[in-house]
Design a protein around this ligand. Structure first.
Ligand SMILES: [Zn+2]
Ligand SMILES: [Zn+2]
Length: 1012
């Protein structure tokens, strides 16, 4: 073709992932990302997105790409609309998750290994791991096409972040909400630390089978009379204090083989199924309260010690409190083993009615040293110790053991190391949810001082004494939750959660809780900043200076107890990791977006330095995260911390989304072969196809993800659009068409052009409105529908308007300008969704630098008359579909022209539409008739000899075009053709000659030759 064409040719066998990798390189080389990030740096409009930090602990999975697609999508959209943004990514750096991985790497079994290795070295390795994986995740995110200010990500390990949490905790303490309390908490024996209620995720409950035991406790002073008790945790039996029953239930004394057992009447049949029993008597539970009994482990020193305290409830039957420990007859015996030290409800009941306690396990769940033969053995790993011992007592004639049964239940495991949890009484630090706020002496803010008038009496605002729970519920209600059920879930959690357990004992890599405790007088001090620490330090600050506030260096600092003057140390635990992520709206919004990372930055967070500037970004406009777990975790922590500090919502809208599963709907697991690693996914599927899968998904549902689904999405959307693009570029090049000014084409002579422009306007409006309400599903749905219309109707019906067979130059030019307009604008609205494909097409079409520097098209005013046209076209396409179906039914192929079609129930109003029906259906005449009800079509099936000849000519044309393709000739190359018989109709011959670019037509054996 000699002269260079305007458009680069399109590769029909496009390899999307390869194109994406090339484009990534060129975006960086040409500074597109930089230009994109600073596009609106002086804008007055702000859009504040707050990133939920990704745990920098492993490479990214495809499930991470779902949220990251949303994050990128809305930031791109707002960028195109001229909003100033921060583009700040976050990495979550501290906590058990990192520790456990480093322990694994080092082959450590328990915390002693860490101590031996050295805490400082261990902490350094945790930090290194975060550095390594944050780097890997950054590269992976870039591969997804995620445009962020990657050089300025925030890290929760930073000084800014840790000290801001200190500030938060100090305010909590000022309000009277920090306390140290004893409680039976969920505990991981491997990590040797408490697992807070926040961390007990549904997915960490596993269906497990444990051995449950029916125990007989001999009633004091009665021969062969026992209280029958059932437990699923035999290891807790040495901790038994009392037996609880329901005072209002009926209990019966049953005789079996000469032994008598007390059980709830309602449980009798189940327990003694198949056993010959005799009921001796029946009584209300209340009558049994106060009965004393003896236990199987009464000889152990720890048990003896408690017995010696002469607590009158020790080893007696007590009435339960329904609100704490409800008793049913559905399982067990209706009599419940109460081990105050080893169960959450047991502990509460004990506290309520004044029961003593026998602690039985250490931090790694070994039996304590005053437990005789059990001491030093691991309670959780060896339940048989207890069961075998009970059986042996029985053999020796001391009856304690009735039977063992396997029991399957949902049992929780550590969210990090998957070890089964135990319950253990321990003193931990909490933020109270239900304590009324203490009055704080409030300093006047600068703005208040300015308006302050000495002469007037200033009315002091009423002190807010509401509890944290009350405040948080109000704040949560001001947030826009998507999906809406998010609000219910958050409220449910806020209604039912206990106090926030913020301490983690025996751990190393985490927030150093800024609490210094006096062992002499019990006072504790909460330090709120680095400056305060420096001011209050009486020892160790010199060594600490310049280091980060982490273990072990932080623990060298001593301060003076403000009550008694004693020199005091920091408490041992680190903090709950959700404190780290919840504080980010306060700690990471910084001048020029230079948040503090691994090294301290020179600037302070705007919240501390310039509140007015900070408030431009706070509350955040938008956050998005996968919701399982986050109602208890990130969403909770954000709301809690913002409520405490500024008593308002930290973000305006949250978009929650479901869980990514394998294609088979099961959770992704390497061992099940349905898991896809991110890099592999990106290489095989391509980022744009992945992104489209996420965007179109209903966020409320789980997303089945895999190669089959991806192929289908690619075929139905990306390839379809790519083919349209290819058609346009191929013919525009062939016809030598070039774009002029990029403006909207004027009056349309062709109804198809008019229609597709209206459809585009409509789509643009829908997409804009959907994105404005954070609905990517509807937005991508509108685009998909448009691409269908564009490809399957507009282009399909326009094929004859271009190329050598076109009817008029004017009409083909109209087609090109309209298609060009639609394609380039479609690229713009696709840019946030599929940044690679959109940019590839856009740059080739426009010769501009990048679609990512373009503005969002203005939302059009779609007129009702235009909407009528789209509705009419929809109906018309229904007619066409019915007629096609009729043809199929009658086995008359489309290439066989027919004389007539009669349509009942639909009349065309708009000029030009009739031709579309005739051409599409290959019919000579169509008659529309009024009618009621459904549209009906009737074909005139009489096939005359002329119609037969026309069908044959169509066949011939197709054969010639196939030959042309085989010979590698382009569409304008004319050919000489030989056919067995030249058709009689002159009209048909002329048509064929034009359509197939035939220079000479002769009779002979079928043959196509390139004309000279
Ligand atoms: Zn664990
Ligand atoms: Zn003191």
């Amino acid at each position: 073709m000699g002269k260079k064409s305007y458009f680069n040719p399109v590769d029909l066998k496009v390899d999307f992932p390869a194109v994406e990798n090339e484009l990534l390189a060129s975006w960086n080389k040409n500074g597109i990302v930089k230009k994109y990030l600073s596009h609106n740096k002086n804008s007055k409009k702000y859009f504040s997105f707050i990133d939920g930090p990704i745990t920098a602990n492993n490479p990214m999975g495809v499930h991470h790409a779902w949220g990251r697609t949303y994050k990128d999508l809305w930031q791109r959209y707002k960028n195109m609309q001229g909003f100033r943004q921060r583009f700040q990514n976050g990495f979550d750096c501290q906590g058990l998750w990192v520790e456990v991985e480093v322990e694994k790497e080092l082959g450590f079994k328990n915390k002693k290994d860490i101590e031996v290795f050295g805490v400082d070295k261990f902490v350094e390795l945790c930090r290194d791991r975060v550095k390594k994986y944050s780097g890997i995740q950054t590269e992976q995110s870039k591969r997804l096409g995620y445009f962020m200010d990657w050089d300025n990500s925030y890290f929760t390990l930073s000084n800014d972040n840790n000290y801001m949490i200190w500030h938060f905790l100090k305010v909590c303490n000022d309000l009277g909400w920090i306390y140290k309390g004893d409680d039976a908490v969920a505990w991981c024996p491997r990590c040797e630390t408490a697992i807070s209620q926040h961390e007990m995720l549904t997915e960490d409950y596993k269906e497990l089978t444990h051995q449950s035991v029916f125990l007989a406790f001999p009633v004091t002073g009665q021969e062969n009379e026992y209280l029958l008790v059932w437990t699923t945790t035999p290891w807790t039996i040495p901790a038994n204090i009392a037996i609880a029953l329901d005072a209002d239930l009926d209990y019966v004394l049953i005789e079996v083989d000469g032994k008598k057992y007390w059980v709830a009447k309602g449980a009798k049949e189940r327990i003694f199924a198949g056993v010959k029993v005799h009921e001796i008597k029946s009584t209300k539970g209340s009558k049994l309260v106060g009965i004393r009994y003896s236990g199987a482990f009464d000889d152990l020193p720890a048990v003896k010690a408690v017995a010696g305290t002469k607590n009158d409830k020790f080893h007696t039957v007590v009435a339960t409190d329904d609100m704490i420990l409800p008793i049913t007859v559905e399982e067990g015996t209706g009599m419940v083993h109460v081990a105050v030290s080893s169960g959450a409800e047991d502990f509460k009941l004990g506290k309520k009615i004044g029961l003593p306690m026998i602690p039985v396990i250490t931090d790694d769940a070994s039996y304590l040293r005053n437990l005789g033969f059990l001491s030093g053995q691991n309670a959780k790993k060896h339940p048989e110790l207890i069961i075998d011992y009970l059986k042996k007592l029985d053999e020796d004639g001391k009856h304690f053991f009735y039977k063992v049964e396997n029991y399957t239940h949902r049992y929780p495991a550590c969210w990090r190391c998957k070890t089964e949890l135990v319950w253990k009484v321990t003193d931990e630090w909490y933020i109270s949810m239900d304590t009324p706020a203490r009055k704080i002496k409030q300093e006047k803010s600068i703005s208040e001082l300015k308006n302050w008038d000495d002469d007037e009496e200033v009315e002091k605002p009423l002190q807010d004494t509401r509890t944290l729970r009350e405040r948080m519920k109000e704040v949560a209600g001001n947030i826009n939750w998507i999906p809406l059920f998010g609000l219910d879930r958050e409220m449910d959690w806020l209604t039912n959660m206990h106090d926030w357990l913020i301490s983690k004992k025996n751990r190393y890599w985490g927030l150093a809780l800024p609490i210094w405790e006096c062992t002499k007088c019990g006072n504790f001090e909460v330090i709120g900043s680095e400056e305060e620490l420096k001011e209050k330090a009486v020892a160790g600050y010199k060594e600490f200076k310049g280091k980060t506030p982490h273990k072990p260096q932080i623990d060298g600092i001593k301060i003076k107890c403000s009550k008694c003057g004693n020199i005091i140390s920091r408490i041992e635990p680190v903090g709950n990791p959700w404190l780290d992520a919840g504080i980010v709206p306060f700690s990471t919004i910084s001048e020029n977006n230079k948040a503090c990372g691994f090294t301290p930055s020179k600037t302070k967070p705007l919240y501390l330095k310039d509140k007015d500037e900070w408030q431009k970004w706070f509350p955040g406009d938008f956050i998005t995260e996968s919701f399982p777990g986050q109602f208890k975790n990130w969403f909770y922590a954000l709301i809690a911390m913002s409520t405490v500090l500024v008593n308002t919502n930290p973000f305006k809208t949250v978009l929650g989304f479901g869980t990514l599963t394998g294609e088979d709907g099961r959770p992704m697991h390497k061992s099940w072969g349905n898991s896809i690693e991110f890099n592999e996914g990106a290489d095989k599927i391509g980022a744009d196809v992945m992104r489209w899968m996420y965007a179109r998904q209903n966020p409320a549902d789980n997303l089945p993800f895999g190669y089959k689904v991806a192929d289908e999405v690619r075929r139905k959307f990306h390839i379809k659009l790519w083919n349209v693009y290819n058609f346009f570029v191929t013919y525009a090049t062939l016809d030598g068409w070039k774009p002029g000014f990029h403006k909207r084409p004027g009056k349309q002579g062709n109804i198809l052009d008019k229609w597709i422009l209206v459809r585009f306007d409509q789509t643009l409006k829908e997409v804009t409105e959907s994105l404005d309400r954070f609905d990517a599903t509807d937005a991508s749905g509108s685009i998909e529908k448009f691409v269908d219309d564009f490809s399957l109707w507009y282009i399909r019906r326009s094929r004859d308007r271009v190329g050598p067979a076109k009817e008029s130059e004017q009409d083909s030019n109209a087609f090109y300008s309209v298609t060009y307009y639609v394609l380039t604008n479609l690229c713009k609205i696709l840019a946030p969704f599929t940044p690679f494909m959109a940019d590839t097409m856009y740059v080739n079409l426009t010769h501009e630098k990048s679609v990512h520097l373009a503005d969002w098209p203005e939302t059009p005013d779609v007129k009702s008359i235009d909407l009528e046209l789209t509705l009419e076209m929809e109906k018309l396409r229904e007619v066409v579909e019915s007629a096609h179906a009729k043809r199929k039914e009658l086995a008359i192929p489309v290439r066989q022209p027919l004389n007539g079609l009669q349509v009942t129930g639909f009349k065309l109003k708009t000029n030009g539409l009739e031709k579309l029906v005739l051409d599409e259906l290959n019919i000579k005449n169509v008659v529309f008739k009024e009618g009621k009800g459904e549209i009906e079509v009737k074909l005139d099936t009489k096939i005359t000899s002329e119609l037969v000849e026309e069908a044959e000519v169509r066949d011939l044309i197709r054969k010639i075009q196939d030959e042309r393709k085989n010979m590698g000739l382009n569409l304008t190359q004319s050919v000489d053709v030989w056919v067995e018989k030249i058709p009689e109709s002159k009209k048909l011959v002329n048509w064929m000659t034009k359509k197939a670019q035939i220079k000479s037509l002769k009779e002979g054996e079928f043959r196509v030759v390139k004309s000279s």
